[in-house]
Design a protein around this ligand. Structure first.
Ligand code: FES
Ligand SMILES: [Fe+2]
Length: 374
C-alpha cells in the first residue's frame, strides 16, 4: 500500500508529469534549487544542453548542490569538497582527492523538456513508469505566437493541492457565479480517456460589445497539467500546472501562448491584455476562484447534484487512478457530438475570428477565466 496515512485524500500526491520550471529559467550552465513533493531537488543544464533534476543533497556530507554547485560537462560539482555527480544517473563521477569513485548514486528524476517547459515525472510508489507524456502545445514554437517565456510565464505559491483547482475543468456552474458568464455553459462533451480527462463547453461571455460565444476545450493530462484552448476571442493556448511543494502548498502556474501582434518580442495590445488578465487570475488572491481554493475544505462526500455527478463526480473517480493501488472504474465519457457546436476549430479558425475588439476587461477578463479551465 502506498496510501499516505493522515493526509486528506485530495492532498495525497498523484503519480504523473508535473511542471518543474520553464526552459528560460535554466540556460546552459545554470543550477537551480527546487522543492517539490516535500523533497529538496536541484535542476541543472549540462554542457550538452540537456536538463537534469536530481535529489539535492550531496551523498558525501549533505551539502545542497543547488547552492553553489557548478556544472562540469553533464555532471554537477558539489560546492563543499568538489565531488561530482552524473546528471544522467546520479552516479559519483569524481572525487578530487581520491583515485576512484564511490558506488553511491543520487536519485535522478525523469525529465521531459518540450515547448519551453521542463516537466518531471513523479511516482508515488517510486517505481511507476510514464504511461503518457505531457501534451504538445499547438501554439508553441509558432512564429505567429509570442514565446511563452518570459512574458507568458506566471507562477504563484498557493495553499491548495492540484485537485482543488483542476476539478474546475468539470465545474460548469461556477463559470456563471464566479466568472460571470451569462449562463451556465453548454456541455459539449466530458469524460475520461485513460490518463486524460477532456471537457468541451460553449458559453456566452460578456464583452464591451455584448455577449460573445466562446468554446473552451480542456485536456487534463494526469494530476498536474491541463492544456486549454479557447476559440472565439484572441487566439490563446495555455498549460495550467500545479505541482505540490509539500502536502500544504503547491506551485500554481500558467504558461500562456498568445497570438503575436506586430513584430516586437514583447506582447502588446490585446495579446498583452490577455496575459495581464491571466496574471491577475494567477497572482491575485481575490476576485476569482483562487481565494476559494486557498480556503476551502475538500469534501470527499460532496453533495453533487444533477449533471455535476457526470462531470465533477466522474472527474473525482478518474483522479483516483493516480493515487490508488486499486482505483475504481471510470464511467465512459460523453463524447463531443460531431460538428457541435463548431467542427473541430483550428488555429486558422481562430485567426479568422480574431479581429473582434477586445481591449480591456470584462472581455479579456472573460477570456482569461475561460483559459484557466473555467
Ligand atoms: S558534501 Fe558534497 S563534496 Fe562534500
Ligand atoms: Fe474557475
Amino acid at each position: 500500500m502506498h496510501v499516505e496515512e493522515n493526509v486528506p485524500t485530495a492532498r495525497q500526491y498523484g503519480t504523473g508529469w508535473y511542471l518543474a520550471l520553464w526552459s528560460g529559467e535554466l540556460t546552459e550552465g545554470d543550477v537551480v534549487p527546487l522543492k517539490y513533493f516535500g523533497r529538496d531537488l536541484v535542476a541543472f543544464r549540462g554542457d550538452s544542453g540537456k536538463a537534469f533534476i536530481l535529489d539535492a543533497h550531496c551523498l558525501h556530507m549533505g551539502a545542497h548542490l543547488g547552492y553553489g554547485g557548478e556544472v562540469v560537462g553533464d555532471d554537477l560539482m558539489c560546492p563543499f569538497h568538489n565531488w561530482q555527480w552524473r546528471g544522467a544517473d546520479g552516479a559519483n563521477s569524481n572525487i578530487p582527492y581520491l583515485d576512484r569513485c564511490i558506488k553511491k548514486q543520487l536519485k535522478t528524476w525523469l525529465v521531459h523538456e518540450q515547448d519551453g517547459l521542463i516537466y518531471f515525472w513523479f511516482s508515488r510508489t517510486g517505481s511507476e513508469e510514464p504511461t503518457y507524456f505531457p501534451p504538445k502545445v499547438i501554439e508553441a514554437g509558432r512564429s505567429d505566437f509570442y514565446p511563452v517565456y518570459p512574458h507568458g510565464a506566471l507562477k504563484v505559491e498557493v495553499t491548495f493541492p492540484p485537485q482543488f483547482a483542476f476539478e474546475n475543468v468539470a465545474d460548469l456552474s461556477h463559470l456563471r457565479t464566479v466568472h460571470k458568464w451569462a449562463e451556465v455553459p453548454e456541455l459539449n462533451g466530458a469524460g475520461a480517456y485513460g490518463d486524460m480527462f477532456h471537457t468541451d463547453l460553449t458559453g456566452t461571455v460578456p464583452t464591451r460589445s455584448g455577449g460573445a460565444t466562446v468554446r473552451n476545450e480542456n485536456w487534463q493530462w494526469g494530476p498536474g497539467l491541463i492544456y486549454s484552448r479557447l476559440h472565439g476571442l484572441h487566439p490563446t493556448g495555455q498549460i495550467t500546472a500545479a505541482t505540490p511543494i509539500d502536502h500544504e502548498t503547491s506551485s500554481y502556474s500558467m504558461s500562456v501562448w498568445v497570438q503575436r501582434i506586430g513584430e516586437g518580442e514583447v506582447p502588446v495590445g490585446r495579446a498583452k491584455a490577455v496575459i495581464e488578465e491571466q496574471r491577475r487570475q494567477a497572482l491575485n488572491a481575490e476576485g476569482n476562484d483562487r481565494i476559494i481554493w486557498d480556503n476551502m475544505v475538500y469534501l470527499d462526500n460532496a453533495a453533487l447534484v444533477g449533471d455535476e455527478r457526470k462531470t465533477i463526480g466522474v472527474h473525482r473517480v478518474w483522479f483516483q487512478r493516480f493515487r490508488s493501488d486499486t482505483p475504481p472504474p471510470t464511467p465512459p465519457p460523453i463524447p463531443v457530438p460531431e460538428g457541435t457546436p463548431y467542427p473541430q476549430p483550428t488555429i486558422e479558425d481562430d485567426l479568422d475570428t480574431a479581429s473582434g475588439s477586445i481591449s480591456e476587461s470584462p472581455a479579456v477578463h472573460s477570456t482569461a477565466e475561460t483559459l484557466q479551465g473555467g
